[in-house]
Design a protein around this ligand. Sequence first.
Ligand code: SF4
Length: 457
Amino acid sequence: MASSLPFHAACFFDLTGGTRRRAFSPYTPKAMLFFSRTYGVPIVTDPADLAAFDTVFFSLHCFRDFYRVAEMAHWKRAGQQWVAGGNAAATPVGVAWIMDYVWVGDCRDSFPAILRGERDLPGMVHTAKGLHPVTYVDEDLAPGLLSDAEMEVSKGCPRRCLFCIHPWRHRYQEQPEADVVRFIAQAKGRGLGLISNSSNDVSYYAAIDDTLARFGKTDMTVSNSVHGLTPVFVERRKREVFLGVEGMSAVLRQIVNKPISQEVLREKIALCLGHGKQIRTVYQFNLPGETMDDFDELRADVAAMRSQFSAGSWAIPFIPNQPSAHTPFQWLVPTYRLEMFDAIQAFRTSLFGSRKTGIAIYCPAPLGVARWFAQVIAEWIPVTPAVARAVKRLPARGTVPEMVDALAAQGVTLPPAFLHRQQDTVFPWSHVQTAGDDADKWARFTRMQDRIRRKAA
Ligand code: SF4
């Protein structure tokens, strides 16, 4: 669907140099590929080629992209306009120093106008005017495909875990069931990307699963809900079963509003391993209220599965929690428990060679504190080349206050609110209004504090 819009002087810049454009990778910048393909906007991977363009679009996928922008910022030529969008752009402060405009929110409806040169649009931050109020653009789920093999099936998430960006920026929406079923039936390929934050939670997922089975096709991008796993689904699943468990214990999962009892978790993992499926259970550490006892529960779950099954493949990655902007977690002071990191590393080492005695368990090394801290502060301060250089000189290990001090010693200071948050704290992203499914995030936060207190009592 090529357009006749006057876009000739505009391009996208791919910050990953084209290395992340694999189909179905979670790291693929889907928006950039979609807009490039739909409107014929070229994608540039070498910054030396940018001079020919008047407008450069950036699709910022994660906070590491802010540092990539800092590294290539000197390529911006006089008179050239830089415009950022993407998931990470919901907290514009990190890139507002170099971008002329930052688009906050969904862009599928608005991109043609932006490409035409319109800038006075809802959701558009004019950085020359400072970080002025804008409303996060939560578009209606667009009909149509992202590519021949990909369709956005739902947006937002009905589960509302307190740490997760999806339910707090977007209303929960689903495509009409008939459109999805038709797409599955008519798509030429066998591997399809049915994009959804929690596939089994789509209200008609049974019909999707039946249609995939009937036409011998597979959902390549599925992220499953633990509760939603059924024997039929597991039996049919040809690819890895991906489960966001998040909390190491049932109590922690309740605290963060992702209640999965230990009994249900073990039952569902056993269901997958019993069917010979490869599984991936993603956990977070540094969740509020977490103690070493919570890790003991996880270790006991793993031991129970190892005693029950003599074969299988199980990946257990750990992600350090980063309190996300625009969620009830935004009032949490970022914490990185070095003791927990060490325990995870010891656990990981203990699993080396596990395949020789039963289930092959793979536990990748978690993100260390220095790189995690670099991501966290990218939501708080402009990520200039000077800040990027200072971040590279941070110690490899330290508590959060020690990291704050190490940064200050290099002349980079964080706002006092970084370590001291109150109900009325003005965050660097407070100028962006988000609603999602429940705009009263503070009430959710205070109820979570009650649960933390009950756990500690
Ligand atoms: S973590 Fe997963 S289940 Fe929870 S709200 Fe986010 S997408 Fe939904």
